[in-house]
Design a protein around this ligand. Structure first.
Ligand SMILES: [Fe+2]
Length: 278
């Protein structure tokens, strides 16, 4: 009897591990209602791609985005990597830029190398008309809704010798400039700075960086470890509401397995639908 129980436990453990290591691209949907939204807006949030491979011509990711048919694509940092070649990200952007408006903010991995290396990455964004937000507000009319899209650099931008590179100054500036009567979105890389974001009364913060805490067990553990948050991170991934600000943290698209593979944490494309609150 004991032998059978042990065998069953081992089988269960093997199945549990195999399912946990599944790394297929998933779509995570969020629906957010606001009186400031007049007509529906669909946002695709792409974060932490780290220039990972998603099939020939990046078709797995590109096809998923096209099937969702978003109004806008937001790139929430670490789209490139500091060690991997830029080519997969270059191919990815080349396949989507004609169809969608694309906005970008820096992540920490884009700021880890030299200024020359950083400029090479930014040149790829320019090639595909991707707009980099570095303390800027863009008032966008999407369908009939008016959105103030704010974006700030990652704090590690200070590693790069750029002018106007203090993220705190950028945050205050966008908070001041954005029209409160419009739906205010902050695109940023790091979730753990939420206390600072909240002070500027954004309706929605979109970010990544935490990679879902790398290891998860749904319903039990929402992430084991995240950079800048440490063990059992509070903002590993998902939906959070702090005062009147909603924050959506993408678990990101990185498939790098150098140290620890993702566990019950498949890479994700986040789709946020903004709807009118009746
Ligand atoms: Fe990051």
């Amino acid at each position: 009897m004991l032998k059978i129980i042990v065998i069953l436990l081992i089988i269960f453990l093997i199945i549990f591990i195999i399912i946990g290591l599944y790394c297929g691209l998933t779509i995570r949907n969020y629906s957010i209602e606001s009186e400031k939204i007049v007509s529906n807006v669909k946002i695709a949030l792409v974060t932490d791609l780290h220039s990972c491979y998603y099939g020939k011509n990046m078709h797995t990711l590109v096809d998923k985005i096209k099937k969702q048919n978003p109004d806008i694509i937001l790139l929430g940092g670490d789209i490139f990597d500091d060690k991997l070649s830029n080519s997969n990200t270059d191919i990815f952007l080349s396949n989507i830029y004609k169809k969608y408006p694309i906005y970008y903010v820096t992540g920490n991995h884009e700021c880890r190398n030299t200024l020359k290396n950083f400029k090479e990455k930014m040149a790829i964004l320019d090639k595909y008309n991707v707009i980099r937000l570095k303390g800027d507000v863009k008032e966008l009319r999407i369908n009939n809704s008016i959105i103030s899209l704010c974006g700030i650099d990652d704090p590690s931008i200070s590693n790069i010798n750029e002018i106007d590179n203090n993220y705190k100054v950028q945050l205050q500036r966008v908070g001041r400039k954005a029209d409160k009567n419009t739906f205010k979105i902050l695109l940023t890389h790091r979730p753990e700075l939420i206390e600072k974001y909240v002070q500027n009364e954004f309706d929605l913060v979109l970010c990544g960086h935490a990679h879902g805490g790398q290891w998860r067990i749904p319903g039990i553990l929402n992430g084991l470890y995240a950079p800048n948050q440490g063990l059992f991170p509070k903002y590993a991934g998902g939906y959070y509401k702090i005062n009147n600000t909603i924050m959506v943290v993408s678990r990101g698209l990185s498939k790098k397995r150098k140290y620890i593979p993702r566990f019950y944490n498949p890479p994700e494309l986040v789709i946020v639908e903004l709807k009118n609150k009746k």
